[in-house]
Design a protein around this ligand. Structure first.
Ligand SMILES: Nc1ncnc2c1ncn2[C@@H]1O[C@H](COP(=O)(O)OP(=O)(O)OP(=O)(O)O)[C@@H](O)[C@H]1O
Ligand SMILES: [Mg+2]
Length: 352
């Protein structure tokens, strides 16, 4: 059964439907459908205070993407959480099997979660085990039950889809990376820059080690352009995307430079964080995704700053498609923004 990967961000809802055949080295992936639509401004950052408008907007976006992009072959939706809707943390706990982990996690997790433990769904993935000390590192993922239930209700609002998977943005990106570059043992840093958030996942020998999220995304640049030139949001956005000429290019470049320096500092903090545990850690590659990866010159700026090879991730490059149905130029442009949806679309259906 096909799963549609829905990445409903604060700026845009992205949907992707793939057709995956075969296994191991003999698999083939082809594109069945994809689409993107803008979300009503502000709605998706208000889960805490106003869950109903967020849920309604999410359901409406999914329904219209299914219709617009003819995704009718997909019956199941895979979604992901990020930002204030969830907590992701690497914790250390006594060695246990994956089965035992389920039982002991609730006890261990209590100290890391600012909500009553009965109000959250928790999940854990064993990252590594150190038998010498009887300890293991576990990636703890927790989401408030209320938010998860709202996600499930949003899917029901579409009337055509059933919920299949609820993942986390950073892990979906990691899964997408791992799918197209299987068994990479490299020290890669995955950076997803959206409208509100930057997600940084630092891989040590191919596995997630440090996952961080900071509230500094591309929306800040749009707002600063609005303020600088007294423009409405859509015109400021067009200037940022380069489709409309800026009244003062120098000023726009200064705004972009300030934002980029925030992102560089966030990546630096993640490197410092992993180095506090693995002193000799050296990144071999930085991979950018999210809408802001397309910001002109960003990859070069990151590469020059860290002196580390930097690439823009486009998972759609690894997918077969019919060029009569999908415009290659559009896929090239939209690919980096589809990293999370791709990681969701490759998930197997696990009915919730
Ligand atoms: N070519 C481009 N140049 C600069 N910025 C771009 C470009 N294309 C998209 N963006 C910006 O990328 C952001 C949207 O990216 P994306 O769809 O990844 O965000 P999102 O997933 O909705 O946000 P978040 O994950 O933070 O909730 C917007 O701020 C948009 O202005
Ligand atoms: Mg996003």
């Amino acid at each position: 059964m096909s799963v549609i990967g829905f990445d409903i961000g604060t700026y845009a809802a992205k949907a992707l439907l793939l057709n995956i055949k075969g296994k191991g080295k003999n698999y083939s992936v082809s594109l069945d459908g994809l689409g993107m639509s803008q979300m009503p401004p502000g709605v998706m950052s208000q889960w805490e205070d106003q869950p109903i408008p967020a849920r309604t907007a999410m359901g409406a976006a999914m329904r219209s993407l299914v219709k617009l992009c003819k995704l009718s072959r997909g019956r199941y939706a895979a979604l992901s959480l990020s930002g204030e809707t969830m907590i992701i943390k690497k914790i250390t706990m006594p060695v246990a099997t994956q089965k035992e982990l389920k039982q002991s996690l609730a006890l261990e997790a209590e100290q890391y979660i600012p909500y009553p433990i009965n109000d959250v769904n928790i999940d854990g993935h064993i990252l590594s085990t150190d038998d010498r000390y009887g300890q293991m590192s576990v990636l703890l993922v927790a989401a408030r039950k209320e938010v998860v239930s709202n996600y499930i209700q949003a899917v029901s609002l579409t009337k055509v889809l059933k919920p299949a998977v609820i993942d986390v943005d950073s892990l979906a990106f990691y899964n997408a990376f791992d799918f197209v570059y299987p068994n990479s043992r490299e020290n890669v840093i995955l950076v997803d820059i959206g409208a509100s958030l930057i997600h940084i996942t630092v891989l040590s020998e191919g596995l997630p080690h440090t996952i961080k999220e900071e509230s500094v995304g591309g929306q800040r640049m749009t707002e600063e352009i609005e303020d600088a030139f007294g423009l409405p949001p859509d015109q400021a956005e067009a200037i940022k995307l380069g489709t409309v000429e800026a009244p003062d290019k120098g000023e726009v470049n200064d705004i972009a430079d300030r934002l980029v320096s925030n992102w560089l500092a966030a990546i630096e903090r993640s490197i410092d964080s992993i180095r506090s545990e693995i002193q000799e850690y050296n990144p071999s590659k930085i991979i950018l995704a999210g809408g802001c990866a397309n910001l002109l010159g960003l990859a070069d700026q990151v590469q020059n700053h860290f002196n580390v090879q930097t690439e823009i991730f486009n998972p759609l490059k690894f997918v077969k498609y019919n060029p009569k149905k999908f415009d290659p130029g559009y896929l090239e442009y939209i690919g980096p923004q589809m990293a999370v949806s791709f990681g969701l679309a490759i998930r197997k259906q696990e009915i919730i």
